[in-house]
Design a protein around this ligand. Structure first.
Ligand code: AMP
Ligand code: MN
Ligand code: MN
Ligand code: MN
Length: 288
């Protein structure tokens, strides 16, 4: 715990869900750390899609510059559950664990295959050579649909990334390809084997009814899941209360995270992550 918090007993400023350009974030790991320090965060987890490659760069940068920020290792694993793409965040895991590395290489293969198939479908829709441009944006990081959305936006096919999802690459649209992600239990097992905590990411972003969300939570808890995100930038107090109540009911800890990719008028790193009610929190596992 930092001196600031010991003296003033202020709550820790924590953000446990963020992205860098190792996946579909726009900042380098170093730039993300600078932003976290400017915003006086105490703890940050970098949770890139199916990769941990930002962690080492970020932690080296923190050490070299003796920055007052605790970096939590993290990952956001794409899974398939009942035909929904559910994201499981892993926190505080050993990023070098062989099971983590094996899952990452499997997921990366699925990402590359899906990218090729998506580019073929986009070509049929009249948009040639999207793969090369998406790969250029992704460089050697995880290739995601967000990169394809940026390509379509840069070409003027759509004027927002959201529209690229709505018209072409979102579920059920003409260039959508069903991905070969791992199962939820596989993601939870790997995170656990590597000593980490598993978290259901942004539970209200899957278009699940409350009944289906409860099913997901029950299945997640059954396979050893630990926590669920209960606050992100855009959730209102009523939504936070619902998620906190679900955590209490199913004995999950809470986590909070902005899911920062780049600043927007409605979201930023560490912003608006307050909780309306108390709850056992996943980061208390490593701050007590
Ligand atoms: P992928 O994991 O490759 O399927 O890419 C999913 C990523 O695309 C998410 O993590 C978001 O960053 C981004 N994304 C998903 N849906 C949308 C959307 N409707 N508008 C903008 N970005 C989106
Ligand atoms: Mn993303
Ligand atoms: Mn996600
Ligand atoms: Mn995310």
């Amino acid at each position: 715990m930092s001196e600031k918090n010991q003296v003033n007993m202020e709550p820790l400023r924590v953000d446990l869900h963020s992205h860098t350009n190792c996946s579909d974030g726009h900042l380098t790991p170093q730039e993300l750390i600078d932003r976290a320090c400017n915003y006086q965060l105490d703890q940050l987890a970098i949770t890139d899609h199916d990769t941990v490659s930002g962690f080492e760069q970020a932690s080296q940068y923190i050490n070299e510059n003796q920055l007052p920020l605790t970096l939590i290792s993290g990952i956001e694993i794409s899974t398939l559950w009942q035909n929904f793409e559910i994201h499981i965040v892993g926190l505080g895991l050993d990023v070098k664990h062989p099971k983590v590395q094996a899952l990452i290489s499997r997921q990366q293969q699925s990402r590359e295959l899906r990218a090729q198939l998506m580019a073929e479908k986009l070509a049929k829709a009249g948009f040639e050579d999207c793969l090369l441009q998406a790969q250029e944006l992704a460089q050697d990081g995880s290739i995601t649909r967000a990169h394809f959305a940026r390509v379509l936006q840069h070409r003027g096919v759509v004027n927002t990334m959201q529209k690229a999802f709505d018209k072409y690459i979102g579920k059920g649209r003409r260039a959508y390809v069903k991905p070969q992600w791992c199962r939820v239990d596989e993601a939870v097992d790997v995170i656990k084997a590597a000593g980490g905590y598993s978290v259901i990411a942004h539970p209200l972003k899957y278009d699940l009814s409350t009944k289906w969300l409860r099913r997901l939570i029950i299945d997640f808890k059954d396979v050893g899941g630990d926590a669920m995100e209960v606050a992100s930038c855009q959730l209102n107090q009523q939504q936070r209360k619902l998620l906190i109540e679900l955590c209490h009911q199913y004995d999950l800890q809470g986590s909070i995270g902005s899911d920062f990719h780049f600043p927007t008028p409605w979201s930023d790193l560490g912003r608006n992550l307050t909780l309306p009610e108390p709850l056992p929190l996943v980061w208390q596992n490593w701050t007590q």
